[in-house]
Design a protein around this ligand. Structure first.
Ligand code: FEO
Ligand code: CA
Ligand code: CA
Ligand code: CA
Length: 634
């Protein structure tokens, strides 16, 4: 830290240097407090078993503790508060010192979850893995700048791979959803692979099921539809089917159709049944960022995180009712699902995935809307959606109405037999990813068309005339990353479109593999990175550990705000309504190429955050504050 930060536009902190330390670093004048680690008791009314550093907690204990591999997360104020704005957020005045944190837990790492990895693989071990995933709802309270878990709490809840759920929307009851355990196709058991998230204006949490295929033993000869979603015997990397036959697709071919959905959870009602909202389409679900349409209907922007998959939007059929929460209970079951086509001229179309239109008819394998939503990828193929470079998080700028999406990278673009570069995915291959945004036509989130632009290209040596214009902002390794020629980003209004404004150009601190993303109430774009351990040596040298950056869309300036421990992804960002606490997740510290997370591996690269010789690295939620209590980033 070098004293006073240079304030410009919306940013008022000094960027932190690139780091290879096994530590979290934040700017001068900020603190990052450890709040909830994997295995910490969450204040569950049925018990608060302490974490055992040798990983000897049982499956039953894990079901009362925080899950592992924290990902998308949202803060719900207590008491429950109204939501408002273009990009709906808790209304000003909602509590910023007391609330519920709903956190996704993405995947298990058997090297840390167990003391002896997969030795003696058993039903008990499968159950512990199943209980380590899903969602934690935790009551938290901040006092004098220090956040604590409220324990015990009537609100505390774990939802995991064994929790009973309801299936709703067009696929409910369809023959493809019927299984031995769910003969009517209207109930499901559990959720896992929970990645990015969303929320609704009526105060529910949307958890997104991403890489569900890795939890099933697929058939030796997968059908084309199974193959499209990555279901195969080869992809059974979690080995659940060995002791839990419902994950064996030879025995239960429809079982995987219960996963890949957006799951709606009411964090304010611990007795509520989570609901799989099939109207939003089945994919490797990434995010469901909400925005209010002009007529009060609600739009949700979603990604499908796999190379050459699509960006989606869902618009409810009816407006939401701000006066009657119960009236919104099943609003997500009716509406229109769209896939995005990004045209070379900077325009784009929302292609409706509606049975009976655009070739989505029985002759092409779509006999009903259930067929369309269960095989949303194939439906979007038929309509000509644009294959993207792994769409991750989405977020709507509450100030300008711009919708942002991170495209985390796609090293296979341009390979033989694969699509080459196009306007919206301008690099082949694209190992470093990019950030793209669009403005809906007339600023209405229900629109059928939009204008889009690339905001920034990841990578230390991003091509383009704009790159040389970056300037150092005080970080040791600040460097230009922006790549697009043009003037600074516009001060946009909800009705603005890029047609009326200059081309985007981000500059400042560089990064690779943008993944998490949120635009805060001030309009600052927070970008979180997940550069994989397999990244090239020059990228690892340039960017160090994964990080969180802030971009001011008015100036394009980007500053590095937080760096994580070794081998961790930084993800799951959310804020209190007053913008004065930022919760952020550290996922999979120690994950490394060739050198294990497994504490028995002498080459392990992280022992964060406990640093106990007998311990293990643990994913965790941080509460970031300004020591003077001011707004984060300002
Ligand atoms: Fe789980 Fe695509 O991140
Ligand atoms: Ca992600
Ligand atoms: Ca990722
Ligand atoms: Ca990751």
């Amino acid at each position: 830290g070098s004293g006073a930060a240079v304030r410009s536009g919306r940013l008022g902190f000094s960027s932190v240097p690139v780091s290879t330390e096994d530590a979290v670093r934040v700017p001068e004048g900020y603190s990052a407090q450890l709040l909830i680690r994997w295995g910490d008791p969450i204040g569950h009314p049925e018990g608060q078993p302490a974490f055992r550093h040798d990983a000897s907690n049982t499956a039953d204990e894990q079901a009362l503790q925080s899950g592992t591999h924290h990902d998308g997360m949202a803060f719900f104020p207590l008491p429950r508060a109204g939501m408002q704005g273009v990009a709906v957020r808790p209304a000003p005045g909602a509590s910023s010192s007391h609330g519920l944190l709903a956190t996704n837990h993405e995947y298990p790492d058997y090297g840390t979850l167990f003391g002896d990895h997969m030795a003696g693989w058993s039903l008990e071990k499968v159950r512990k893995a199943q209980h380590s995933l899903g969602i934690s709802v935790v009551e938290v309270r901040g006092k004098g700048g220090v956040w604590k878990v409220v324990s015990p709490s009537a609100h505390a809840r774990r939802i995991h791979a064994g929790t009973p759920m309801r299936i709703a929307g067009p696929a409910a009851g369809h023959p493809s959803m019927r299984t031995a355990a769910s003969p009517d196709g209207r109930s499901a058991r559990g959720t896992f692979a929970n990645c990015a998230n969303g929320w609704t204006p009526w105060g529910t949490f949307l958890s997104c099921e991403e890489n569900f295929n890795y939890y099933f033993r697929g058939r030796a000869q997968p059908t084309p539809d199974e193959a499209r979603y990555g279901l195969s015997a080869r992809n059974d990397i979690t080995r659940w089917a060995r002791f839990d036959p419902r994950f064996d697709l030879e025995l239960h071919p429809n079982a995987a159709n219960h996963f890949g959905w957006v799951v709606e959870i009411d964090p304010y009602d611990p007795g509520s049944t989570p609901v799989k909202r099939t109207a939003l389409g089945r994919k490797k679900q990434e995010g469901a960022a909400p925005a209010i349409c002009r007529d009060g209907r609600v739009a949700f922007y979603m990604g499908d995180d796999q190379a050459f998959e699509y960006v989606y939007k869902f618009v409810t059929a009816k407006p939401w009712n701000p006066l009657d929460r119960a009236a919104n209970r099943d609003l997500l079951d009716e509406g229109t699902l769209y896939a995005a086509r990004f045209d070379a001229d900077g325009g784009g179309r929302w292609l409706p995935l509606v049975h009976g239109s655009g070739g989505l008819v029985a002759a092409n394998g779509f006999a009903s809307q259930a067929d369309v939503v269960v095989r949303a990828r194939q439906a979007a193929d038929l309509l000509g959606a644009t294959p993207m470079d792994r769409p991750e998080w989405t977020s709507v700028d509450p100030v300008s109405g711009a919708v942002y999406v991170t495209l985390t990278g796609n090293a296979t673009r341009g390979r033989a037999g694969q699509p080459g570069a196009d306007a919206a995915n301008p690099r082949a291959p694209n190992p470093h990813g990019h950030v793209l945004r669009w403005f809906e036509e007339d600023g209405d989130h229900a629109a059928g068309s939009f204008r889009w632009e690339v905001v920034s290209l990841g990578g230390a040596r991003a091509q383009g005339a704009g790159g040389a214009e970056g300037r150092s902002m005080g970080g040791a390794a600040a460097r230009p990353h922006a790549a697009l020629p043009g003037r600074p980003l516009p001060a946009a209004t909800p009705a603005a479109t890029p047609a009326a404004t200059p081309a985007a150009r981000a500059w400042g601190d560089a990064y690779a593999n943008p993944d998490g993303l949120t635009v805060d109430a001030r309009g600052v774009v927070w970008i979180l990175t997940d550069m994989p351990p397999t990244a090239a040596a020059e990228d690892r040298a340039a960017f160090g550990n994964n990080q969180l950056l802030a971009m001011d869309p008015l100036t394009g300036e980007t500053r590095r705000f937080l760096t994580g421990p070794r081998g961790a992804e930084i993800t799951g960002v959310c804020m209190t309504p007053d913008g004065r606490t930022m919760f952020v997740n550290v996922q999979h510290p120690g994950e490394a190429d060739g050198a294990g997370v497994d504490p028995r591996d002498p080459r392990r690269v992280s022992n964060w955050p406990d640093f106990r010789p007998d311990g293990r690295p643990r994913s965790a939620t941080l509460a970031v504050r300004r020591t003077d209590g001011g707004p984060i980033g300002a």
